[in-house]
Design a protein around this ligand. Structure first.
Ligand SMILES: *[C@@H]1O[C@H](CO)[C@@H](O)[C@H](O)[C@H]1NC(C)=O
Ligand SMILES: *[C@@H]1O[C@H](CO)[C@@H](O)[C@H](O)[C@H]1NC(C)=O
Ligand SMILES: *[C@@H]1O[C@H](CO)[C@@H](O)[C@H](O)[C@H]1NC(C)=O
Length: 185
C-alpha cells in the first residue's frame, strides 16, 4: 500500500466517524433497548418504566439488576425532592399548628422512604432480592402513611401536589418491585 493510501485509511474514520461507528452503536442500542422493553413489560407501569429508564443513558449498558438499581435511584430522587417540597411548605405555613404537625410528619415519612430505598440498593448489591423487595415495599407504604395523617384532621385538605407526588413515588416503587421480581426472589 502506498503511503497515500495508508494516510487515506487513517484519516477517513477521523473525518467521518459516524460512518464507522453508527452501525455498531445502533446494534448495541437495539439489543439493550430490547432488554429494557422486555423488563418493563413485566412491571405494572410499562410507559413509566420505559420513560424512567430511558432518562438514564446507563440503562442501555446494564443488565436487569442494573435496571433495578437505576429505577431505585429515580425513586430516591423522587422521595428526596418531596422531602424538600414538604420542608419548604412547612416554612411557609408557620401559623397553622395542625398543618405544621402533619407536614413535619410527612417530611419524615418521605425521608424514611428514601432510607428504605437506600437499603434496597444495598440488598440488591448483595444479591439479596427478597430483602431488596421488602425494603421497596416499605418505601411504598410511607407516602400512604402521610396521606392517612391528613385524614385524621378534618380541617385539612390533602394538597393535590402531594397527591401527585405520592402517586409518582408509589408507581416508581411498583416498577422497582416488578423488576426485582424478575431477578428471582
Ligand atoms: C444513572 O443511574 C446510575 C445508577 O443508578 C446513577 O449512578 C447515575 O447517577 C444516573 N444518572 C443520572 C443522569 O441520573
Ligand atoms: C401568621 O400570623 C401572623 C400574625 O397573626 C400574620 O401576620 C401572618 O400573616 C400569618 N402568616 C400566614 C402565612 O398566615
Ligand atoms: C418523580 O417521578 C416522576 C415519575 O413518576 C417523574 O416524572 C419526576 O420527574 C420525578 N421527580 C424527581 C425529582 O425525580
Amino acid at each position: 500500500m502506498g503511503s497515500l493510501g495508508f494516510l487515506f485509511l487513517v484519516l477517513l474514520p477521523l473525518s467521518f466517524p459516524q460512518l464507522f461507528f453508527q452501525q455498531s452503536s445502533v446494534l448495541l442500542v437495539r439489543g439493550d433497548a430490547k432488554l429494557i422493553q422486555r423488563t418493563c413489560k413485566s412491571t405494572k407501569h410499562y410507559d413509566l418504566c420505559l420513560s424512567s429508564l430511558r432518562s438514564n443513558s446507563s440503562s442501555l449498558k446494564v443488565d436487569t439488576k442494573g435496571l433495578a438499581t437505576i429505577i431505585i435511584g429515580i425513586g430516591m430522587a423522587n422521595a428526596t425532592d418531596t422531602y424538600s417540597y414538604l420542608s419548604s411548605q412547612l416554612l411557609s405555613n408557620t401559623n397553622d399548628t395542625a398543618l405544621k404537625t402533619v407536614l413535619k410528619g410527612c417530611a419524615d415519612k418521605y425521608s424514611y422512604a428514601n432510607d428504605a430505598l437506600q437499603g434496597a440498593l444495598q440488598q440488591l448489591a448483595l444479591d439479596s432480592y427478597d430483602y431488596a423487595y421488602v425494603q421497596v415495599s416499605a418505601a411504598v407504604d410511607y407516602p400512604n402513611v402521610c396521606h392517612n395523617a391528613f385524614k385524621r384532621y378534618p380541617g385539612l385538605t390533602y394538597p393535590p401536589e402531594l397527591a401527585l407526588r405520592e402517586q409518582a413515588l408509589e408507581s416508581v416503587c411498583d416498577v422497582a418491585s416488578g423488576i426485582i421480581d424478575l431477578l428471582g426472589r
